[in-house]
Write a protein that binds this ligand. Structure first.
Ligand code: DQA
Length: 148
């Protein structure tokens, strides 16, 4: 548990690489997962990596991470801007949570400027593309107490 972290990805992130390349780039989610796995190895973290298009599944995965993981990274995608359920799920767990967005949500449409997740996240990284996930793993390493 002390060395396990979860990375959760929300709706449409399975389409990365083919989706709005001008905004999200050409790197697919499998490539991001592989880079995250390498980075986790550096820190001695065991990685659970998920993508789902369903809000309810994200809530369940957040609850599960709270029970068995030492830290959580989440890109809730569009649910960032709509989901009280995800906000509440994050409030209900007691592990550090880093919110990640590939794009700079504040430089886009105004409906993306509000996040239900940011007020309950430990920290937020946005606008740095896939590098944001790598930085979030390093950030979690500073937040998770070392195993005794
Ligand atoms: C996103 C930003 C969201 O506004 C959008 O709905 C996404 C992806 C990002 O990673 O930049 O699907 O979370």
């Amino acid at each position: 548990m002390a060395n396990k972290i979860a990375i959760l990805n929300g709706p449409n992130l399975n389409l990365l690489g083919n989706r709005e390349g001008d905004i999200y780039g050409s790197i697919g989610l499998a490539e991001i997962e592989a880079a995250c796995a390498d980075e986790c190895e550096r820190f001695g973290f065991e990685l659970e990596f998920f993508q789902t298009n369903s809000e309810g599944d994200l809530v369940t995965l957040i609850q599960d991470a709270g029970a068995v993981c030492a830290g959580l990274i989440i890109n809730p995608a569009a649910y960032t801007h709509t989901s009280v359920a995800i906000h509440d799920a994050i409030r209900a767990i007691n592990i550090p949570v880093i919110e990640v967005h590939l794009s700079n949500i504040f430089a886009r449409e105004s409906f993306r400027h509000h996040s239900y997740v940011s007020p309950v996240a430990t920290g937020t990284i946005c606008g740095l593309g896939p590098t944001g996930y790598i930085l979030a793993i390093g950030a979690l390493a500073t937040q998770i107490p070392e195993e005794q």
